[in-house]
Design a protein around this ligand. Structure first.
Ligand code: B12
Length: 232
């Protein structure tokens, strides 16, 4: 059967998720939107669609990008398709009615334009009851400073997907230290090339491997912050 004969709504859940991986690979935005809606109609939890269909699909794209089978223009189409699916899921993830937890400022560091992971973390944090101020991509240290001064968040989150841009996180954290305000914020870092050791080395409070870990870690730090304030 050729692709254009596939009727998404007639596929089983498993086939549909598989088809979404293929459609994400091919950058088919409308198909991703349709399939996302179908899974929602079938009672799928938004988080499961996000992880099993979209994030897993992008993982496969990442492998072929790494191996030189896919190139930037194709991966951009995949990213756009993924974002279209995320746009449908976002309000559903954000409206969980979770009690207010705190505020987060998040942005991708200077030189880096990857934003899917950051957006996903922002969405999940909103769903968990955090107010999220998203600074977007390619942020120099000044942007972070200005935003934390203005927003007075509990958490500062930085994202980097390139080995060449991840050291910039240290520039931001060192600047906070120089200004004597490092301890005023919980600093969380993330992105595919990072690891726990790197997080420690740059002076972050924690490295988070994915959005779910980011939410749990953020809640944990907020609890600790409240406990230590209460103990004063
Ligand atoms: C999509 C993509 C692109 C898209 C980005 C579109 C967009 N709007 O984001 C485009 C095509 C533009 C792109 C461009 C480039 N890319 Co690119 N890209 C990817 C790809 C395939 C997927 C990234 C992604 O979205 N993953 C899905 C999300 C959900 O995962 P994630 O980002 O890791 O986020 C999760 C966690 O890391 C964590 N997290 C992320 N951020 C944060 C922040 C905080 C605070 C916390 C707590 C957690 C957290 O939670 C997220 C959700 O669970 C990766 C492959 C890979 N393995 O990562 C390459 C990859 C990152 N890109 C790579 C490269 C080389 C490039 C280019 C230099 C290519 C080129 N020659 O031009 C350019 C760089 C442009 C720039 N200056 O930034 C390399 C990096 C290699 C390296 N070691 O540095 C990778 C690894 C591919 C590869 N193996 O070669 N890319």
């Amino acid at each position: 059967m050729s692709d254009d004969e596939i009727i998404l709504s007639e596929l089983s859940d498993k086939e549909l998720v598989q088809q979404m991986h293929d459609d994400l690979y091919d950058g088919l935005k409308e198909e991703i939107e349709e399939a996302t809606r179908i899974l929602l109609d079938r009672g799928w939890a938004p988080y499961d669609i996000l992880t099993q269909a979209l994030v897993e699909g992008m993982r496969i794209v990442g492998i072929d990008f790494r191996d030189g089978i896919l190139f930037v223009p194709e991966v951009l189409l995949s990213a756009n398709a993924m974002k279209a699916g995320m746009t449908i899921l976002r309000p559903l993830l954000a409206s969980t009615g979770a009690p207010k937890q705190g505020k987060m400022v998040i942005g991708t560091v200077k030189g880096d334009i990857h934003d899917i992971g950051k957006n996903l973390v922002g969405m999940m944090m909103e769903g968990a009851g955090f107010d999220v101020i998203d600074l977007g991509i390619n942020n120099p240290v000044e942007n972070y400073l200005e935003a934390i001064e203005r927003e007075k968040p509990d958490i500062l989150g930085m994202s980097a997907l390139l080995t060449t841009t991840m050291p910039y996180m240290k520039v931001v954290i060192d600047t906070l230290k120089e200004k004597g305000i490092r301890e005023d914020y919980i600093v969380l870092v993330g992105g595919a090339p990072l690891n726990e050791e790197f997080g420690k080395a740059v002076g972050a409070d924690a490295y988070c491997r994915d959005a779910a870990v980011a939410v749990e870690t953020a809640k944990d730090f907020i609890r600790r912050k409240h406990n230590s304030l209460a103990a004063r």
